[in-house]
Design a protein around this ligand. Structure first.
Ligand code: NAD
Ligand code: ZN
Length: 247
């Protein structure tokens, strides 16, 4: 593994444009459960019951009670971990331009990254289903469920539910950035949710190196990634950043 960290440091030092694609795994060390796998939310809920746009429209109170209230508690209090901080440090060092994230927790911005594409929107903001006015989630009063806008409309997370389109500007810019980078760090994503999982494929096809950081193998590992650094995002990013700082 030390060899792979060294390799990543050399590759990062040599690369012009670096971008990162992150998934739920980078936020696990901040106490946010992933969807799939052990401890994942889907062990307890049926996604089609609670995270599908039809469920939200049919019964917003139910979706709030089962999913959104819990996500609000988590997102209101979660703090960036060493994985997020490592990416913020890479930006500070002039080594990273954009973070494309599938996460909805706002932790990359909290860590200090300034160009974050939220592929699946965010739970850190709520949007009125009638007038589209936005409210920061931590300011939303949930003594009455579902909470409402001043216009009387129901508030919903400003996030992409199953059955909804990826925001066009996020998709368009991500493709652009993926095809234009020299190195893509792919951190903490199972690479099974499309079209986000296509971004490393686009990067690879455009000649970029793809470096994965994940404690487990993913569908990208054999076919797309140049190499996988097996481990947790916090520890690996700490080691990469420390070695880069010494160069
Ligand atoms: P996923 O849940 O499908 O996969 C998580 C990945 O993280 C796995 O590959 C796992 O091996 C890896 N992992 C586990 N521990 C890790 C660690 N310490 N460091 C690095 N990696 C680790 O996640 P996904 O691919 O992002 O897809 C899930 C979808 O769920 C996304 O679209 C996202 O919108 C949503 N989601 C977001 C959050 C969040 O905002 N934090 C949380 C849950 C789900
Ligand atoms: Zn409104």
């Amino acid at each position: 593994m030390d060899d792979l960290i060294q390799q990543a440091v050399e590759d990062l030092a040599a690369a012009g444009k670096v971008t990162a694609l992150t998934g739920a795994g980078i936020s696990i060390e901040s106490g946010i459960p992933p969807f799939r796998g052990k401890g994942g939310l889907w062990e307890r809920f049926d996604p089609m019951e609670v995270a599908h746009i039809d469920a939200l429209v049919r019964d917003p109170a139910k979706v709030w009670n089962i999913l959104v209230k819990e996500m609000k508690e988590i997102v209101d209090t979660a703090e960036p971990n060493d994985g997020h901080k490592g990416l913020a440090r890479l930006e500070e060092m002039g080594k990273l331009e954009t973070v494309i994230t599938q996460n909805v927790d706002g932790l990359h911005q909290a860590a200090g990254n300034t160009d974050v594409i939220e592929f699946h929107g965010t739970f850190a903001w709520q949007r009125c289903m009638d007038c589209s006015r936005k409210y920061e989630t931590r300011d939303v009063d949930i003594s009455k469920i579902p909470p409402c806008c001043i216009c009387g409309g129901i508030l919903r997370p400003d996030a992409v539910f199953f059955g909804e389109m990826i925001p066009q500007d996020a998709l368009w810019r991500s493709r652009q950035i993926a095809s234009d980078c020299d190195l893509m760090l792919v951190i903490g994503t199972s690479a099974t949710v499309q079209p986000a999982a296509l971004m490393p494929v686009i990067a690879k096809e455009s000649g970029a190196k793809v470096v994965e950081i994940n404690p487990e193998r993913t569908p990208l590992t054999d076919q797309i990634s140049d190499y996988l650094i097996m481990g947790g995002a916090g520890d690996i990013m700490n080691r990469i950043v420390a070695a880069l700082e010494k160069l």
